[in-house]
Ligand binder design. Structure first.
Ligand code: COA
Length: 162
């Protein structure tokens, strides 16, 4: 039964990430969305917050699990007994970085195949940085982030809840 992992920082999760997971969940028996608990980035949200937001955003998809992982993606791939690593490709500018990551993962574990999925065209410009920027200047992020976490993101950047 093919299991896929979808690793990312999800700081915070956006509608573009959810779009990718929905597509993957239609292809694979199980999709494990993995929050990187990697200390090298300056997170806006803690691992627990990112995990909780991801869980709430993906709760409508039955064959999805959410977990965090500290360390290499291939270790998580192995622990989940996965056959595929899912990554999203939004634009050609993602390609170099993704190409490097896919080959690095395959070098570390020859079984680690990466499959790239494209989100809906309406999310090709979207990133977590864009969401953080808009939220901190009071811009409308309603169509960019999943409804269950909208207020939590606004609260973090503006102190407002609604
Ligand atoms: N919709 C919206 N945004 C998307 C997206 C989508 N479908 N797909 C990617 N993005 C954005 C993210 O929001 C993020 O934006 P930001 O930079 O503004 O925060 C950006 O693309 C990249 O995010 P992500 O996909 O989470 O990649 P990453 O490079 O931050 O992290 C990990 C990827 C988690 C796999 C990796 O960094 C990691 O932690 N690896 C562990 C070490 C390892 O195994 N190394 C070997 C492999 S190189």
């Amino acid at each position: 039964m093919p299991v896929a992992i979808y690793p990312g920082t999800f700081d915070p999760v956006t509608c573009g990430h959810v779009d990718i997971v929905e597509r993957a969940a239609r292809i694979f028996t199980k999709v494990v969305a993995v929050v990187a608990d990697n200390p090298s980035k300056n997170w806006a949200f803690s691992t627990e917050e990112r995990l909780s937001m991801l869980r709430d955003s993906l709760a409508h998809i039955p064959n999805v699990e959410v977990q965090s992982h500290k360390g290499l993606v291939v270790e998580c791939f192995d622990q989940c007994d996965a056959t595929v690593i899912i990554r999203g490709l939004r634009a050609i500018s993602d390609f170099d970085y993704e190409f490097q990551m896919a080959f690095t993962n395959r070098k570390l574990d020859a079984r680690a195949e990466t499959i790239f999925l494209m989100p809906s065209a309406k999310y090709t410009y979207l990133s977590s940085t864009i969401v953080r920027q808009l939220a901190s200047f009071g811009g409308d992020i309603r169509t960019l982030v999943p409804a269950p976490i909208h207020d939590r993101i606004l609260a973090r950047f503006t102190g407002a809840g609604k």
